[in-house]
Design a protein around this ligand. Structure first.
Ligand SMILES: [Zn+2]
Ligand SMILES: [Zn+2]
Length: 368
């Protein structure tokens, strides 16, 4: 079938919104008619070459829609509403068997190669190859994805919120709940108040954190964090030491967990310096593949400070998406506050420009 999609032809070139070919779903795959797609910083890293991605491709990895067709052996049914996960897992590799399905040793290499789980693509353009991105490619009217990327929704789950649960929300909330394991009364700092950071703020409040200190360079982003539940806001102080000191002061003596969601090495150092004894910096992202982060070594043994890595919030989407949406339904995760803009697919260039604006939270592409 022909679908309209935003093609990324090569690094540094603008999107081309045009028709491309989408082949039918293969075994254990589904064709999903997309309703909404979020726009994420990982897409921008692929677009500008910061993270190496097979191109040409259709980017986008944060979507929700309705199953329109299924391949042989699929467990899904036509008409089901689904949120998409970019972390399908094989269930049989060493990491999956250890219970670390988000680190699946089959899925990660397949994702890097730009195909689906079997290494092949369902996308093509002018008779030539076109790559998937993160198994999903949501900057399009429809996509073919692995069954395991689909989390079936309730009829009353809103598709706009469900779309951002697919990346930003799960990355931020999961870093707090799963990777850190924040408990009632813990003190939390969140560095970087974009979609992931604001989700971490909400997740920390929902987990019963006694203090949630937001840190950013942008006053507008700090105001957004307070709106999402942060109990204190600290502007970046120009260097890691001063900022860490300011967060220790604002949190009453240092935090148990400092979630780092900017991808900048100096912010990772500041997050570490924000912690109290036995506290941990939780690093959610690093923008540049060759980045090095410095930590003053003495406080590892003296204070038992720790550094934790977190990918996709250490989440298991079939377990965590419904949990997150349930707390949203109860009003304990006001995720609708994350959505600041909605634009049609044709305005995808403007959607990416909005990411530079401090007042932007999450931008959604309207794909209906
Ligand atoms: Zn993302
Ligand atoms: Zn696996």
């Amino acid at each position: 079938m022909l679908i309209r999609a935003a093609v990324t032809p090569a690094v540094g070139l603008p999107f081309q919104v045009r028709e491309v070919e989408l082949a039918p779903p293969g075994p254990q795959e589904a064709l999903v008619r997309l309703r909404w797609s979020g726009v994420c910083h990982s897409d921008r890293n692929a677009l500008d070459g910061t993270s190496e991605t097979p191109l040409p491709a259709i980017l986008g990895h944060e979507g929700a829609g309705v199953v329109e067709a299924v391949g042989p052996g699929s467990r899904l049914a036509v008409g089901q509403r689904v949120a998409l996960s970019w972390a399908p897992s094989c269930g049989t590799c060493e990491e999956c068997l250890r219970g670390l399905r988000h680190l699946c040793g089959t899925a990660w290499p397949a994702m890097g190669a730009g195909g689906l789980m079997d290494g092949t693509s369902r996308l093509s353009m002018d008779g030539g190859p076109l790559h998937h991105y993160s198994f999903l490619s949501t900057f399009a009217e429809a996509c073919v994805v692995p069954d395991d990327s689909c989390v079936v929704l309730r009829d009353d789950d809103p598709l706009d919120v469900a779309s951002i649960v697919g990346c930003a929300v799960t990355t931020g909330v999961g870093a707090v709940w799963n990777t850190a394991g924040v408990r009632p009364g813990d003190r939390v700092a969140v560095y970087g108040c974009g979609g992931v950071g604001l989700s971490a703020v909400m997740g920390a409040r929902a987990a019963g954190a006694s203090a949630v200190v937001a840190v950013d360079v942008s006053e507008a982003k700090l105001a957004g964090a307070v709106d999402c539940g942060a109990t204190a806001a600290v502007a970046w102080q120009g260097d890691a030491e001063s900022t860490g000191e300011a967060v220790r002061s604002a949190s009453g003596g240092g935090v148990d967990y400092a979630i780092e969601a900017t991808g900048r090495p100096e912010a990772a150092t500041a997050a570490y310096l924000s912690t109290r004894p036995r506290g941990a910096a939780v690093l959610v992202t690093i923008n540049h593949p060759d980045a090095i982060v410095a930590f003053p070594a003495l406080s590892f043994p003296r204070m038992e400070r720790r550094v934790l890595g977190s990918v996709y919030g250490s989440s298991y989407p079939p377990r965590d998406f419904p949990l997150i949406l349930d707390l949203h339904r109860q009003g304990r995760l006001p995720l609708e506050r994350l959505i600041s803009h909605r634009l049609p697919l044709d305005e995808i260039g403007a959607a990416f420009d909005l990411m530079h604006d401090g007042a932007t939270r999450r931008v959604l592409l309207d794909l209906a």
